[in-house]
Design a binder for this molecule. Structure first.
Ligand SMILES: [Zn+2]
Length: 493
């Protein structure tokens, strides 16, 4: 029998706020253990939580970006559980009245656009972190109470690769929206995976297996690549799958059963009596809405449509937002958008990287900390965008050859001089004077009898060798198209 996988994901991301969810402690990574703590996030008796409004805004902003409904009222609930990393013995979350619900997200997959429905994005708090040493264990509560958003997808994903593509697209949206730094190395993104299999074409869902606490997207993909065939094999051998929770072991590359699944009632959810339900006003929602950004995929598609760029260029400008904005500032002013993209991606980006590599080495030698280094950025370049535009138009008008244009760009990048001035100064203007080019062609033909013979014997490519000679003799100034025409005429006569 043929089976298909049904996958849903619960993605937890730490929100980018200055302070924690219920107290004023800093939301920052990497401090010495238990230095960002207070009676509230340590769960001491008698304290009262106060909700972080920015965390609520970021959750609702996520809702807007994921096409969710924003219910008129959200509330917070206590989820009871007993682990040492949560000193209150409960976690505050949104159980039956989340801040956002019923949305969807689109992402690129298999050369097309796929869509996954989003059940909800709700707000909760992170827990502390356990450390196990040789003879004892410790808990760091710096992370306890950090705002955590959980984005739950419907089981619309059908393969490991599809889940991987969705997760990357989701994270890209959250980073674009400045909602989360999404740094997986710092544990800011974690994922619970729900996966089952069913006979292909049937509707009923199989027993749901949950793989808990995945901390990398590549891990999610590998776990699914293991787990889906495992489930199919059990069924093929006549076995039965039961709802359970499994752990992924990244070293051995297998999932192992942890426990059969607990049910919602095991957590004894109830409304947190210390926190008022939250009913956003229209003004508040409008303010959050003003922070909605263009989605990465929409941006990519727009760059392809509006500027006629190939997918690879648009992808570059999607991934590097400042570079894309810089490109767009110039591209809007010309019909030569593709030429502008070539300069920005192939030349400008490389020059900037080269200049900054030098800066970094020099400043490091002076003992300057990486955070304090002054680097060249797109905002503070020596030349103006009008000058790049001028260069594009000089090439288009065939006033300079493409190899001369490279020289002009390098000089313009270093000095900020205008391309026209550089062309004059260095004598780079393209020679389109037929008489002058004819002389170069005659010389090339006279000194390269082998290429001439090859051409006459039918090797068309030999013309390029001769053309190369003409360019060399003219120090790169001859109009190559014209040189080609004249050479051809002379060789055929
Ligand atoms: Zn605190």
């Amino acid at each position: 029998m043929e089976y298909e996988a049904v996958i849903g994901l619960e993605t937890h991301v730490q929100l980018k706020t200055k302070s924690k969810m219920w107290c004023g402690c800093a939301n920052s990574f990497g401090a010495p253990p238990n230095t960002h703590v207070c009676p509230v996030c340590l769960g001491l008796p008698g304290v009262l939580p106060v909700a972080n409004e920015e965390a609520l805004r970021l959750t609702v902003l996520t809702g807007f970006l994921l096409n969710c409904e924003i219910p008129p009222r959200a509330k917070f609930d206590r989820k009871n559980y007993f682990y040492p990393d949560m000193p209150k013995n409960y976690q505050i979350t949104q159980y039956d009245q989340p801040s956002t619900a019923n949305g969807w997200a689109e992402f690129e997959f298999n050369g097309g656009i796929s869509r996954v429905r989003i059940t909800r994005a709700h707000l909760e708090e992170d827990v502390g972190k356990n450390f196990h040493f040789e003879r004892n264990s410790g808990v760091d509560f710096n992370r306890a109470g950090v705002p955590l958003m959980e984005i739950v997808s419907e089981p619309d994903l059908t393969s490991a690769d599809m889940a991987y593509a969705y997760l990357n697209a989701l994270l890209e949206i959250l980073r674009y929206g400045n909602i989360s730094d999404g740094d997986m190395e710092k544990g800011m993104v974690r994922c619970d995976v729900n996966v089952s299999v069913r006979p292909k074409g049937t509707k009923e869902l199989g027993a749901k297996i949950e793989i808990k606490n995945m901390n990398s997207f590549s891990g999610v993909r590998r776990a699914l690549e293991y787990e889906i065939p495992r489930q199919i094999e059990v069924l093929n051998k006549g076995g039965k799958l039961i709802q359970s929770t499994r752990r992924w072991d990244d070293t051995t590359g297998v999932t192992e059963e942890m426990r059969t699944k607990e049910h919602a009632h095991d957590y004894r959810y109830f409304p947190d009596p210390d926190l008022m339900p939250f009913a956003p006003t229209e003004q508040w929602l409008a303010e959050v809405k003003s922070r909605v950004i263009e989605l990465p995929l929409v941006r990519k598609q727009r760059f392809m449509r509006e500027y006629g760029l190939p997918a690879s260029d648009a992808e570059t400008f999607k991934n590097d937002v400042p570079l894309g904005n810089y490109f767009e500032g110039i591209a809007k002013q010309t019909k030569q958008a593709k030429a502008v993209a070539n300069w920005v991606i192939n030349n400008l980006r490389a020059k900037l990287a080269e200049a900054n590599a030098k800066e970094i080495a020099e400043q490091a030698a002076l003992g300057i900390h990486p955070d304090d280094m002054k680097l060249q950025t797109l905002e503070y370049m020596k030349f103006k965008i009008e000058q790049l535009l001028e260069l594009v138009h000089l090439v288009e008008a065939k006033a300079i050859s493409s190899s001369a244009a490279q020289q002009v760009f390098a000089e313009m990048f270093e000095t900020g001089k205008s391309p026209t001035a550089i062309v004059q100064e260095k004598g780079l203007a393209q020679v389109s004077d037929t008489g002058a080019i004819e002389k170069f062609c005659d010389e090339a033909i006279a000194t390269n009898p082998k290429s001439v013979a090859d051409y006459k014997a039918g090797k068309v490519a030999a013309l390029n060798a001769l053309k190369g000679q003409v360019m060399k003799l003219s120090q790169g100034k001859a109009n190559p198209a014209l040189a080609g025409e004249i050479l051809e005429k002379k060789l055929k006569s």
